[in-house]
Ligand binder design. Sequence first.
Ligand code: BV8
Length: 260
Amino acid sequence: MNISEEVLKQFAGHIANAKRLVVSTGAGISKESGVPTFRDAHDGLWAKYDPMQLATPQAFRRNPKLVWDWYQYRRDLIASAEPNPGHYALVELEELTPQMIIVTQNVDGFHQMVGSRDVIGLHGNIQEFKCFDNCQGIPTLIDIDALEWDKESGPPLCPYCQQAYARPNVVWFGEALPAEALERAFQLSLQADVMLVVGTSGLVQPSASLPAITRRSGGMVLEINPNPSMITSIANQHLMVPSGEALPVVVNLVRQMKET
Ligand code: BV8
């Protein structure tokens, strides 16, 4: 990693001194697990589709099988992938900084899988399913493993209303984020003295506004992303390194600083 020890120590020092640390993650933290990010070109059959055109209620209404199959493809990708050293480093960081919270845009469930204790999922969970009409309340969760249906035909019908289809329990473009999760994320961003932003392009709102909230309320924004993003211009410091490499090194320095 061609970053000087001095720069790394400065970056880690801000985190070691944080009193109210929020870590905001995007698809980039799962890239080294082999899970393509939203902006990556998907391969094969899905290469010709733009995720932005598929992750919408309109797309699902228009062609439920196409959208259902795309999510099945992504669930298969996630099932064959493993959390990477970046996810595990955040578990260690949580042990060093107990009040740390992770706010993630990701739907792959990797933070929860590796044992991060306090994770706010802003965009839902690709492994969960609900009734498209939320016929029993918001959300009407469905256990599709308990259902029998012709898997080639696309989504099963909701077993409760038998009218609407089952759909992934994720937030689509044009849909509101879960109110409680979003409110908590806003409050935490307001109160944070340090927000560590890892692997997000900062393009998707309202999640992308969280670092600016921290900055505006006097907090510090630190970024880990091998590329510039929409967050970079408001970051106090930016490590242009893949998170799977950077996070273990930074967290190890934080540990040394806290132990001295
Ligand atoms: C809403 C779940 C309102 C589904 C996703 C202003 C305010 C509010 C809304 C809007 C607004 N402007 C526009 C909108 C509408 C829209 C929006 O933001 N559009 C954008 C694109 C212009 N927002 C919405 O529709 C949101 N809804 O606001 O509703 C409302 C209110 C009340 C009532 C009704 C409606 C809903 C947005 C949520 C969409 N769902 N996911 C699914 O996954 O299928 S978003 C999805 O895309 C992901 O969850 C993720 O959030 C996003 C992708 O972003 P990233 O995670 O950043 O990933 P990306 O690929 O972009 O970038 C990856 C980064 O990683 C890159 O920077 C790369 O350099 C970096 N990287 C690569 N390798 C590594 C790495 N980093 C570290 N290490 C590496 N190795």
